[in-house]
Design a protein around this ligand. Structure first.
Ligand SMILES: N[C@@H](CCC(=O)N[C@@H](CS)C(=O)NCC(=O)O)C(=O)O
Length: 214
């Protein structure tokens, strides 16, 4: 399999963690999101993913999957050990709710193309864009996630094993720290982070450990 990847992409980071938890090796093909106006816009990459976003996962038979959560659902179906989406339907819905809070209601608001539009089209100053990012990371995502996982058993988001919720949360925390978002009001989230970062799958997926890291 080939993962079209960018070291700092939160969405690609999710897929890297999932691959690591399942012990799967892939070839990484970096797509530089900034260089030369963005390699995601080249015809060669658009043929892989017409959305011009990373990640994309090319399977051995040439089929290309896009959207990190769809890719992870595929991996969970094709390589079910360990399961990232629990079999219990209620628990699965809770895990997906945390994942979607991050992937649908937080990350899209702070993504590169949104920041580029604010900056290049609306002429918004860099400091205001940073404030925008912090605002949505907190109010769009982490405040709710803290409440969603607080009643669940520790040390991961939902108990003794990592799930899709942890896979989505760790990259969002990385992004929060990158934009100097205060996390001190989120003890449960910080506990999950400390627990995950002890696992090799989470360590190996970290942006700083990627071959294309800058
Ligand atoms: N919902 C998509 C989001 C993918 C996404 O936004 N990727 C970002 C990097 S984290 C990207 O490729 N940005 C390029 C751009 O904004 O031009 C997913 O989960 O895969």
């Amino acid at each position: 399999m080939i993962l079209y990847d960018y070291f700092r992409s939160s969405a690609a980071y999710r897929v890297r963690i999932a691959l690591g938890l399942k012990g799967l090796e892939v070839e990484h093909r970096p797509v530089h999101l900034l260089r030369g106006g963005g390699e995601q816009f080249t015809p060669r990459y658009l043929a892989k993913n017409p959305q011009a976003l990373v990640p994309a996962l090319e399977l051995d038979d040439g089929v290309v999957l896009s959207q990190s959560l769809a890719i992870i659902e595929y991996l969970d179906g094709a390589y079910p050990t360990p399961r990232l989406i629990p079999a219990d339907p209620v628990l699965a819905a809770k895990v997906r709710a945390v994942a979607l809070t991050i992937a649908c209601d937080t990350h899209p608001l702070v993504n590169l193309r949104v920041a580029a539009y604010l900056s290049d089209e609306l002429m918004i100053e860099p400091e205001a864009i940073e404030a925008w990012r912090r605002h949505w990371i907190l109010t769009g995502g982490l405040q709710a996630v803290e409440k969603l996982i607080a009643p669940a058993p520790a040390p991961f988001c939902f108990g003794a094993e990592p799930t899709l919720a942890d896979v989505c949360l760790i990259p969002q925390i990385f992004s929060a720290r990158r934009f100097a978002t205060p996390l001190n009001h989120f003890p449960r989230i910080l506990e999950v982070e400390a627990t995950c970062l002890e696992l090799e799958a989470f360590k190996a997926a970290h942006p700083g450990r990627q071959a294309d890291a800058e």
